[in-house]
Design a protein around this ligand. Sequence first.
Ligand SMILES: NC(=O)c1ccc[n+]([C@@H]2O[C@H](COP(=O)([O-])OP(=O)(O)OC[C@H]3O[C@@H](n4cnc5c(N)ncnc54)[C@H](OP(=O)(O)O)[C@@H]3O)[C@@H](O)[C@H]2O)c1
Length: 294
Amino acid sequence: MSKSRRQILAGLGVAGVTGAIYTQKTASADVQIPVAAEPTKVEPQARFANKVVLITGATSGIGKETAKNFAQQGAKVFFCGRRENLGKQVEQEIRAAGGEATYMRADVRKAEEVKAFVDACVAKYGRLDIAFNNAGIDYPPQPIANTKVEEFDDLMSTNARGVFLGMKYEIPYMQKAGGGAIINMASIGGDRAFPNIIGYGASKAAVIHMTKMAAQEYGQTIRINAILPGAIDTPMLDRVKRDWKVTEEQLIAPYPMKRVGKPEEVTKLVMWLADDEASYVSGGEFSVDGGGLG
Ligand SMILES: NC(=O)c1ccc[n+]([C@@H]2O[C@H](COP(=O)([O-])OP(=O)(O)OC[C@H]3O[C@@H](n4cnc5c(N)ncnc54)[C@H](OP(=O)(O)O)[C@@H]3O)[C@@H](O)[C@H]2O)c1
């Protein structure tokens, strides 16, 4: 593939598929459509070559998908999660595909573990360019009066405090290096007032506000943005369907696109925000939710 063609595909967020271009017949003409292929070896001119990317919560779901895609695009990926078996598995998958990744067990609720995780990333790979503070949990829905205090605290401590701790220890390294990009995982639930998820909604609203505050404080050197996914097809969504006793059809009914999102559709937004292409973008909240809820 020529360099200019690869650059165009990179801009479209499909460069990770290593030139899988096929001709497809349509009624009007022959058109070339990029088709996703199996994960392949890192491209020599990869989009994130020599970048170091830290991800919290990449043992499954969106974090895992994002780790794989950054590695495929040449980044060195350092990631955490509490389930060691899954962490090692993701690390091996990435290495087997020719990428570079290291898993370290860390619980984002624990300041000393988050600090040790961020320090270990820089010790291993020498720098920190991009951080995706993604780790998060949910609990079955309950009205406020029935919500257990421990569950509320766990949600705030994982989803909000975990993001604060991530930024607290990532920012000094990025400042010292003179730049960096942070993407914080919020949710449509941090923007819209859904009933019966007080802890989840409050924690994600806190992420959006902390992101804007951080962008004000560090905007001269670091770009910091929040993303707000809608319903994305991950293990968390499986739990939501089970706990809310809803079918996928019921879940997606209010969304204009009438389907759940794929993890890779979130990953593409994360990668764009991490990329120099988003060089003037900071302090923003970005929806990836099939049209949202109006
Ligand atoms: N799926 C959706 O529809 C949706 C929509 C909006 C926002 N989100 C957000 O997207 C993020 C990823 O969720 P997902 O949908 O990909 O679900 P998921 O598959 O359950 O992933 C959650 C990730 O967070 C990690 N995690 C949870 N608690 C942690 C802790 N204390 N310390 C370290 N890691 C922890 C989990 O790893 P371990 O369990 O191994 O620790 C896992 O890797 C979450 O913040 C979620 O709120 C998801």
